[in-house]
Design a protein around this ligand. Structure first.
Ligand code: ADP
Ligand code: MG
Length: 636
């Protein structure tokens, strides 16, 4: 509890201690002949103690021309009750309303804290070695390239490469994956993971603001500001609703008594005109208390907030509540192949060469590729296995969807698919192997090809199955790779459709065609690994980036970022979004339903102010508790 909440709690307690006995003996006091004013003053003590800030806010609202809000409703209703001689009710309403406010601010604060605890990745310090001993410094002050020391149990403060030591890392706060990750020298480590077993020396590769931990926290903190349709609706709704309710209450206070007096109907029950007016004004006050919209207004943003938090705890970063809404309506999903459905670790299965020898062919390929970040290029470099001297490589040009052209030792080398060979006018020899064929041309002459093949991710098959179960009716793979490879992958994982040999711009037009198939509220998602998929990611209704840890382009372009490579997280994200929206709907229906019932009862004089305030605070507490369920999505 923070200071403000504590002081409100103390005010509530003192006011209650004062109010309850006063209320119980007030009947007796009335009999003893004390002046009415004295009684009012006694009741005003707890009333002002607990409600002075509400009165103040209502007054400020009127002064600033923003009259109609909850504070205004409560002020008018309670003052009305007190003026009509219902002192007890007036004070009780204010007291209970504040109990509700306290609970609500506590719950919101708690879930915020919960989320940042779940996302406990903000590092507090970094250790640097100085004169043989360790010194703790602010991670903000560490320059790129500094060697930092991370002891077992400590959080990794900055991204970097291990120079010494091996250990197991707990990356669960980043990825939601609970299995520890083994690391050794030359491995990359990401800030926010926790070093579990060994001492590590790491050379940092980013500044603090650019580190993974900072970027993720930024993302999560900003997510709540992108509002969903329901949230926007609610704030608009509140704007119209409160004034309407106030005018209705005014009508309820004035019209029926006038009607009674004019027609004489229903006058029998009242001793005087004053009693008639008093009764209807009190009903109008009750009506105001009931109509306070706080349950709906607070629970909807809280549900979304909790949903975003629960998802990030599972390694799914959703950039805003609006995307949570879109996700729940996804019916068609297009996938990239490499890095999304397959691992992107290509193994060389064959080298067909002439006239140069196999070693030389692979050397040319690896060197030409040395600046590319495409999975194919990484794999060719790994397969080559030797250290690559980047000084031998000049004039690099990467042509997306084709391959690369570069000069190696001054000789032009082209490495890529058939399209690339056609483009540079080199006649290539087709290969009958199933696999991704990487042709190599050296100095304008065809020199052979390398056959590489990729592995499926373990969960790809299961992921497609779960998506189908979640109601996704079409799963399409869009790839730049050869048709034979695409066909094999598509049938192995159980996709409904595939398109092969696409250039990046063809992927965009494929997505546009698929968008035309979306009818009604259906939405299309594109899932890619981020490398050269940015245009498609932003063209789809919702872009999901895979395994984006470290890849800036994907984090920028995508709306949803899956922190680990796991394709199962796609269906999980959809399920989380549906659960969250389900809870939002439940709350809207529940809160509005109870309100309407109470309003009707109040209009007929059946519900009094006690019932009104208990219903209001009760509904709010239940709605908030329900909203918090969005945080718990682990076992969906
Ligand atoms: P994917 O849909 O598999 O992600 P890309 O658009 O990234 O496809 O690439 C399509 C094809 O272009 C690859 O299968 C490969 O033949 C060729 N290609 C792209 N980049 C490179 C590269 N750096 N080196 C060699 N070939 C490449
Ligand atoms: Mg790709």
């Amino acid at each position: 509890m923070n200071k403000k909440q504590k002081s409100l709690l103390i005010r509530i307690i003192i006011a209650t201690i004062f109010f309850v006995p006063l209320y119980l003996i007030s009947e007796e006091i009335v009999k003893v002949d004390i002046p009415q004013v004295a009684l009012i003053v006694l009741f005003l003590i707890p009333y002002l103690l607990v409600g002075y800030d509400i009165l103040r806010k209502a007054f400020l609202g009127i002064k600033n021309g923003q009259v109609f809000d909850e504070n205004f409703l409560m002020t008018v209703a309670t003052i009305g009750a007190i003026v009509l001689g219902e002192y007890g009710e007036g004070v009780a309403v204010m007291l209970l309303y504040q109990v509700g406010e306290l609970f609500q601010s506590y719950a919101v604060g708690k879930s915020r804290r919960n989320i940042s605890e779940l996302m406990d990745i903000r590092p507090d310090y970094a250790n640097i070695e100085e004169d043989g001993s360790l010194k703790q410094v602010d991670p903000d002050e560490v320059e790129v390239g500094t060697i930092i020391v991370i002891q077992p149990g400590e959080k990794i403060p900055l991204d970097g490469i291990i120079v010494e030591g091996s250990s197991a890392l707990n990356t669960s706060a980043l990825t939601g994956e609970s299995k520890p990750r083994e690391v050794e020298p030359d491995d990359e480590v990401l800030s926010g993971s926790i070093n579990m077993t060994g001492v590590l020396k790491v050379r940092t590769t980013t500044e603090f603001d650019e580190s993974t931990a900072s970027k993720i926290l930024d993302l999560v903190e900003n997510a709540a500001s992108r509002k969903s349709k329901s949230e926007n609706f609610i704030s608009k709704f509140a704007k119209f609703y409160t004034p309407i309710v106030c005018y209705c209450a005014l009508a309820l206070a004035i019209l029926p008594p006038i009607f009674c007096m004019v027609t004489g109907v229903g006058m029998a029950g009242y001793e005087s005109n004053g009693a008639l007016w008093g009764d209807w004004i009190l009903r109008a006050c009750t009506f105001l208390v009931i109509s306070c919209p706080c349950a709906v207004v607070i629970s909807i943003p809280l549900s979304f907030f909790a949903g975003l938090g629960g998802a990030s705890n599972q390694g799914i970063l959703i950039k805003g509540s609006n995307y949570l809404e879109t996700l729940s309506e996804v019916k068609i999903i297009a996938f990239d192949k490499t890095g999304t459905i397959t691992k992107g670790n290509f193994a060389v299965t064959d080298v067909h060469h002439s006239p140069i020898d196999a070693k030389k062919l692979q050397e040319y390929a690896a060197l030409a590729e040395c600046h590319s970040s495409h999975p194919i290029s990484k794999s060719l470099q790994t397969a080559y296995g030797k250290r690559i001297d980047q000084n031998r490589v000049t004039d690099v040009e990467e042509i997306s969807g084709h391959g690369v052209i570069a000069k190696v030792d001054g000789i032009p080398v082209a490495v890529g698919n058939e399209k690339l060979m056609t483009r540079i006018g080199v006649e290539y020899r087709p290969c009958h192997h199933v696999g991704t064929i990487i042709h190599v041309a050296v100095d304008g002459a065809y020199s052979g090809h390398i056959v590489i093949s990729d592995e499926l991710k373990e969960n790809s098959r299961e992921a497609m199955k779960q998506l189908k179960e979640a109601g996704v009716r079409k799963t399409v793979m869009l790839t730049g790779d050869a048709k034979s490879v695409a066909e094999k992958v598509a049938s192995e994982v159980g996709l409904t459709d595939y398109r092969a040999e696409l250039l990046p711009q063809d992927k965009v037009s494929c997505v546009e065609d698929l968008l035309k198939e979306c009818t009604g509220n259906d939405r299309l998602a594109f899932v890619g690994d981020g490398i050269n998929d940015a245009p498609v990611l932003s063209r789809a209704d919702i872009g999901i980036a895979m395994g984006a840890l470290g890849s800036d382009a994907a984090i920028e372009a995508a709306d949803v970022v899956l922190m680990d490579d796991d394709p199962l997280k796609i269906s999980k994200a959809i399920k989380i979004s549906r659960k969250c929206l389900g809870i939002v709907k439940q709350n809207i229906i529940f809160a509005i339903g109870i309100k309407i019932a109470c309003l009707i009862l109040a209009a007929f004089g059946i519900a009094n102010m006690w019932i009104a305030i208990i219903a209001d605070v009760g509904v709010m507490i239940l709605a908030v508790l329900n909203a918090i369920r969005c945080l718990f999505v682990k076992n969906l």
